[in-house]
Write a protein that binds this ligand. Structure first.
Ligand SMILES: *Cc1c(COP(=O)(O)O)cnc(C)c1O
Length: 479
């Protein structure tokens, strides 16, 4: 017990000596000549924070020496702390994961046209809720409604904050306190804690599960219909697949069943493709237009998954139903903001010309990118770093697989090219961490002791920045 740094109550004498050696706040502030380029209040609170953490280190027995409490040791620690506090928390990163719609890295990137409108409405007044033809109050939804109808063939549309909000709003409007029939195989969780059954219970809709996990038949839906039934719901299982002995009821049959019983049919489509991407080797996903044409009454989908726009929830469908949804007071709490609307309108307009959409919308362009173009990016990066990294790291080009991400098209690897790094001066995990902690963080993935930098998700203009990040991380260790 004699080695214990403190007995009950009284710290050991050596601990007390160290505690007394911690400088006072004013003494520390006196060392700061010239003062750091930071607001004085932030400097002072950083000094306090540093001194408090020293106290905690000493009390918890960290191996500190009196020399660690001198001006020479503490000033660099303060500057490091200040730099960390002055740096924005929300920053741009380089995505070398090859996951195109990366939920943790901001999902979709906006095209230039969308950025321009976003900047314009952010810094100038706009007609957000003013009808310029009549001079009277207008509706923010009308700014994109006609465009959405034109692109999907729907009779009416509205947009809210995100697709989770869209699903809640529709259920709350059409099925509060009543029954919604949904297949067991479609009771999905969509990342975080968004589970279809939980969302339903929040809206007061009662979930009626039918069928088995792997198979659901039309008669399962039909047998579950009661006078309390309000809605037939199909959830597009975009983030997983049941493989093998599995079947779901075709949408057309569900629509026919709904019509026969006078019940609306909803599909939560999730990804919301407006163009068919199967010609780029991706699995066929139903487009919003196809679902609308199948006769579904109301369709919900995300703005920032395969659509490639800003975060938003889009609701399209029959006029009568959309009007009901617009009238729901909950709508106000879920409403879309003006930046999103500006970005969304610009992105949607690009879809009037499909080829233009594929070229200008980053999400689509990255998914459709030919392997040869990705290979050129990989070679360019290797050329930029080869000489500098040569002595400390193996650098090779490898054929790898990218992913769509965002819960879209699982099981769908896209052939890609990557620059693979195997450091000689540290472990691959240390390299991954070092790159992640740069002021411009680089996110990659480790496979078989290589750090893979998938070049599908690195824009051409980012390649020189990425090269600098790689040089910086190796220099930091070897200088
Ligand atoms: C992604 C997804 C959602 C949630 O959409 P957000 O825009 O992330 O709110 C809901 N339903 C399905 C089927 C999805 O794939």
């Amino acid at each position: 017990m004699t080695t214990k740094p403190e007995s009950a109550g009284q710290p050991a004498a050596s601990t007390q000596r160290l505690l007394r050696a911690i400088p006072k706040v004013d003494e520390f502030l006196g060392w700061l000549v010239p003062p750091p380029a930071a607001p004085a209040s932030l400097v002072k609170s950083s000094v306090r924070q540093l001194l408090e953490s020293l106290r905690q280190e000493i009390l918890t027995g960290a191996p500190l020496k009196p020399a660690d409490l001198t001006q020479g040791s503490l000033l660099p620690r303060l500057h490091k702390l200040l730099a960390a506090r002055l740096r924005p928390n929300f920053r741009t990163v380089i995505n070398t994961t090859g996951v195109v719609v990366h939920t943790n890295l901001g999902r979709s990137l906006l095209p230039e046209a969308a950025m321009e409108s976003l900047l314009a409405v952010g810094s100038r007044y706009s007609n957000l809720e003013l009808d310029l033809a009549t001079g009277k109050r207008g509706s923010r939804y009308s700014l994109v409604e006609d465009i959405l109808c034109e692109l999907t063939g729907a009779e009416a549309a509205l947009v809210v904050n995100n697709n989770a909000a869209a699903v809640m709003l529709v259920l709350d409007t059409l099925a509060k306190g009543r029954e919604v029939i949904v297949s067991r195989g479609q009771l999905v969780e969509i990342g975080g804690s968004f589970r279809i059954p939980e969302v339903m219970s929040r809206t007061g809709a009662k979930l009626v599960e039918v069928g088995a996990t792997n198979r659901t038949h039309l008669r399962d839906y039909e047998n579950a219909i009661t006078p309390e039934t309000a809605l037939l719901l199909k959830v597009h299982t975009s983030n997983y697949r049941i493989i093998g002995f599995a079947s779901e009821v075709p949408l057309a049959e569900l629509v026919e069943l709904g019509a026969r019983h006078g019940l609306p049919v909803m599909e939560d489509l999730g990804s919301g493709c407006l163009v068919d991407l199967s010609r780029f080797g991706l699995a066929k996903e139903p487009t919003v237009g196809e679902v609308v044409r199948a006769g579904v009454d109301v369709v919900t989908f995300s703005g920032d998954k395969l659509l490639g726009g800003p975060q938003a929830g889009l609701i399209v469908g029959k006029k009568e139903i959309i009007e009901q949804i617009k009238g729901n007071p909950m709508n106000r709490a879920l409403r879309i903001d003006k930046f999103t609307l500006a970005g969304l309108e610009a992105v949607l307009r690009l879809y009037f010309d499909e080829e233009q959409a594929l070229a200008a919308i980053p999400t689509l362009a990255m998914l459709a990118m030919p392997l040869a173009a990705i290979d050129r990016r990989a070679k360019r990066l290797r050329r930029l770093v080869g000489k500098d990294l040569g002595p400390v790291c193996r650098v090779e080009l490898k054929s790898i697989a990218s992913m769509v991400g965002g819960g879209s098209l699982p099981e769908q690897p896209l052939p890609s090219r990557g620059v693979a790094l195997a450091p000689l001066d540290r472990s691959v995990n240390e390299l991954e961490k070092g790159l992640r902690e740069l002021s411009l963080p680089v996110l990659g993935r480790i496979e078989d002791d290589w750090l893979l930098l998938d070049m599908r998700t690195v824009a051409d203009k980012e390649i020189p920045l990425l090269a600098n990040c790689l040089k910086e991380v190796f220099e930091a260790k070897n200088k």
